[in-house]
Design a protein around this ligand. Structure first.
Ligand SMILES: Nc1ncnc2c1ncn2[C@@H]1O[C@H](COP(=O)(O)OP(=O)(O)O)[C@@H](O)[C@H]1O
Ligand SMILES: O=C(O)C[C@@H](O)[C@H](O)C(=O)COP(=O)(O)O
Length: 335
């Protein structure tokens, strides 16, 4: 069963809002970053990865974001265009802001970390005046990403995008994407995450991200069902809680639950799992799949991306995704 009803006949399937950054992934693996010397540069940033994944699957994809006025900003914009992503909503910062960098470390397949350089980044300077209502109303869906709530004016830009989406019946997906580095105060984080989540139709996050949101309200040790049910009294129709290698669980407003296992894979690194899961999960829901099948698509996409070096570059095509679902070993859920 798919609880979502998307408006039809719009030029775009999905517009992502948020950061466009650079991933610098260590080429030397199985060692700490202190012992690595070379990195490969990829486009990064959770919403950027999800947008690239969506476009790779054939979704008509747009983006609302801000890039630095430098070589990195141009590298990013060119890459989006090469991946058939509409960049009308991407503006260029003129304040001297820089591109966020994510240095990634692969100590072992299970022990990866991300070192974020995010001071004075262009993506958080996205201004409400740069969010176009006429652009958002051309899309069936909008994806927002939690880190864009970390600072003004990006925060207000996201809330304006949410208002436009609601006004024009654009289905809103919220990928929680909690990066503690980007925030200064956990209660501030939780306040804005909760306020944004009230306006969203689908909320996707890990158990830890939902715990952060609930800690503010002195809700400790809640379970996935309680977490999901909190949001059905607002706009949410679907809440997904991800549990890493143990799979994921989704709850719908009509009290159905769906569990998805994982696809066995040769894990090179674990980051990229969430973004690839989100892009294929959303693709499945927008292309007539029921929740369980869409979750399996998300899991299959994640299993491909964590076996590869990058996130954005590694996002699978439709053919790769179908092949993975047909050939990889599926391990039933453990959550
Ligand atoms: N070791 C793994 N092997 C196979 N699939 C995995 C593995 N880790 C995560 N996944 C898949 O990726 C999805 C998202 O991973 P998770 O780590 O929960 O999200 P995030 O990357 O946002 O923290 C999981 O629900 C699962 O389908
Ligand atoms: O989101 C960032 O700024 C870093 C990403 O580009 C990076 O690829 C990553 O951490 C992916 O995160 P995940 O998919 O949530 O594991």
């Amino acid at each position: 069963m798919n609880p979502l009803k998307f408006v039809k006949d719009r030029p775009l399937d999905i517009i992502a809002v948020g950061r466009l950054c650079i991933d610098l992934n260590s080429n030397e693996t199985n060692r700490p970053m202190e012992e690595t010397n070379t990195f490969t540069k990829y486009v990064g940033g959770s919403p950027a990865n999800i947008a690239i994944g969506s476009a790779r699957l054939g979704q008509k994809t747009g983006f609302i974001g801000k890039v630095a006025d430098d070589q990195m900003g141009r590298f990013i914009t060119n890459y989006l265009k090469k991946n058939n992503i509409d960049t009308k909503g991407v503006t260029v910062d003129q304040s001297g802001a820089v591109t966020g960098l994510a240095f990634t470390e692969i100590k072992s397949p299970a022990e990866c970390s991300i070192l974020l350089y995010r001071d004075n980044v262009a993506d958080l300077k996205l201004h409400p005046s740069e969010v176009e209502e006429d652009y958002i109303k051309q899309s069936k869906a909008l994806l927002i990403s939690g880190t864009a709530l970390a600072k003004s004016p990006s925060r207000e830009a996201v809330f304006l995008a949410l208002e436009y989406a609601i006004k024009h019946k654009v289905t809103v997906f919220f990928d929680l994407d909690y990066r503690p580095y980007t925030w200064t105060d956990e209660s501030e984080t939780a306040v804005y995450y909760n306020l944004a989540a009230e306006k969203c139709d689908v909320i996707i996050g890990t158990r830890e991200e939902f715990n952060m949101m609930e800690k503010l309200l002195n809700i400790d040790e809640s379970d996935d069902h309680y977490t999901a049910s909190r949001w059905f009294s607002y706009r949410a129709d679907l809440v997904v809680i991800k549990h890493g290698g143990a799979g994921s669980i989704a709850y719908t407003k009509d009290n159905e639950s769906h569990r998805s296992g994982i696809f066995k894979t040769n894990v090179l690194k674990t980051f990229g799992a969430g973004d690839s899961y989100a892009s294929a999960f959303i693709y499945g829901l927008m292309n007539g799949k029921d929740v369980s099948e869409a979750m399996k698509m998300g899991s299959a996409s994640a299993s491909i991306v964590i076996s590869r070096h990058s996130c954005s570059d590694a996002m699978p095509t439709k053919e790769e995704l179908i092949n993975q679902m047909e050939t990889a070993v599926y391990e039933p859920v453990q959550v």
